[in-house]
Design a binder for this molecule. Structure first.
Ligand code: DQA
Length: 145
């Protein structure tokens, strides 16, 4: 079994993107932290980062077979209606993650069009939010999968 991680625009440059807001961990560091979390159950990680909504939608369609997903939509949280529709037909639990506490920031980040469909949301925990989301997916999914 595999978990899908989907990161949206500007998240491939984590580590050097506004480190005072998003921290210094890179996407590679985050992938490793998730893989460590998943190792106990022998689950794999499929990690996708794209700058455009269409590519993100395609990656979700192509990975319907995964057992759960971790999604940081970046700024597509604001208006990613196509991404929302793709996630609406994703058949397994998925967790929305934001590194920063979006409610402590600008007004335009206070609502996510995706979050009402998520099984859970982790906000403001920095890079730690990703392995926490992996832990949540492990807990939600019966051992037999
Ligand atoms: C973010 C928060 C979004 O508002 C922003 O557009 C991002 C990153 C986060 O992880 O904190 O790109 O999703």
């Amino acid at each position: 079994p595999a978990i899908l991680m989907v990161n949206g625009p500007n998240l491939g440059i984590l580590g050097r993107r506004e480190p005072e807001v998003y921290g210094t961990a890179t996407l590679f560091d985050i992938e490793q932290a998730i893989e460590k979390e998943l190792a106990e159950r022998g689950w794999d990680l499929v990690s996708v980062q794209r700058e455009s909504e269409g590519e993100l939608i395609k990656s979700i369609q192509e990975h319907y077979y995964t057992v759960g997903a971790i999604v940081n939509p970046g700024a597509l949280m604001i208006n990613g209606w196509g991404l929302r529709d793709a996630l609406a037909s994703y058949p397994r639990p998925w967790i929305e993650v934001h590194l920063s506490n979006v409610w402590a920031r600008e007004q335009f980040r206070h609502e996510s069009v995706l979050a009402p469909l998520a099984n859970g949301v982790i906000v403001g925990m920095g890079a730690l939010g990703y392995p926490l989301a992996a832990r949540a997916l492990l807990n939600m999914t019966p051992a037999a999968v």
